[in-house]
Design a protein. Structure first.
Length: 212
């Protein structure tokens, strides 16, 4: 393997479920209502259902502000009150923290001649781009290119930026749908569930040490 493409949220950050749980608790949201809304929306987004706000947010055809308005309208507080839409996405992802061992693994991979890239489905995130200049040869954000995972075109675009064929690249993501989509075009998929397991498998695939 000569290249690595990776997701951001949930791979290079602390787990999404932790950030969401902290947000639901801090704002006193009706957790059951949130989970039901997102169950339907995410199923539609990844299981071939109808186009919904997640599609639009991720491919850039729906502004983050409009997404916030639509999501807030579907949610409620535990006491039945309304959820403020302004800044909703920033509040949702406030608990994201960088996972330093993953950053270090990518840094070491690149230092050993491996080409690296980011492929992220954007949710209006304020990405920590200042941390990325030493990590990536290419950065592909779904809302900026108008294509979202698991569409194979976003992977093809990233591979073109890396200058490598799919058979020589590993793709890391915490969402199985996206991993399968990458595998379908010839990449080696790595479903991220835990940092140590991911780094160990990446070392095996790249043939280099990625830890101190």
């Amino acid at each position: 393997m000569r290249g690595v493409l990776t997701d951001w949220g949930g791979v290079l950050t602390s787990p999404l479920k932790d950030a969401i749980t902290a947000w639901l608790t801090a704002e006193g949201l009706d957790t059951a209502r949130y989970r039901e809304v997102m169950r339907v929306w995410v199923a539609q987004a990844y299981d071939g259902g109808a186009v919904n706000p997640i599609h639009g947010l991720e491919d850039g055809t729906l502004t983050p502000r409009e997404f916030e308005r639509r999501l807030a309208a579907e949610l409620c507080l535990a006491d039945g009150g309304a959820v403020p839409p302004d800044g909703l996405l920033s509040r949702m992802f406030r608990g994201f923290e960088p996972v330093r061992p993953m950053y270090e693994a990518l840094r070491r991979a690149r230092a050993n001649g491996v080409r690296t890239g980011l492929v992220s489905n954007s949710w209006g995130n304020d990405y920590p781009r200042e941390l990325w200049h030493e990590l990536f040869d290419c950065v592909v954000i779904s809302s900026e290119v108008g294509i979202r995972k698991p569409d194979e075109r976003i992977f093809q675009h990233a591979l073109e930026q890396l200058g490598l064929p799919p058979q020589e690249c590993v793709f890391i993501d915490d969402i199985q749908h996206n991993v399968r989509a990458a595998e379908a075009i010839g990449m080696v998929g790595l479903h991220h569930t835990e940092v140590t397991a991911t780094v160990t498998r990446l070392e095996e695939l790249l043939g280099v040490s990625l830890t101190g």
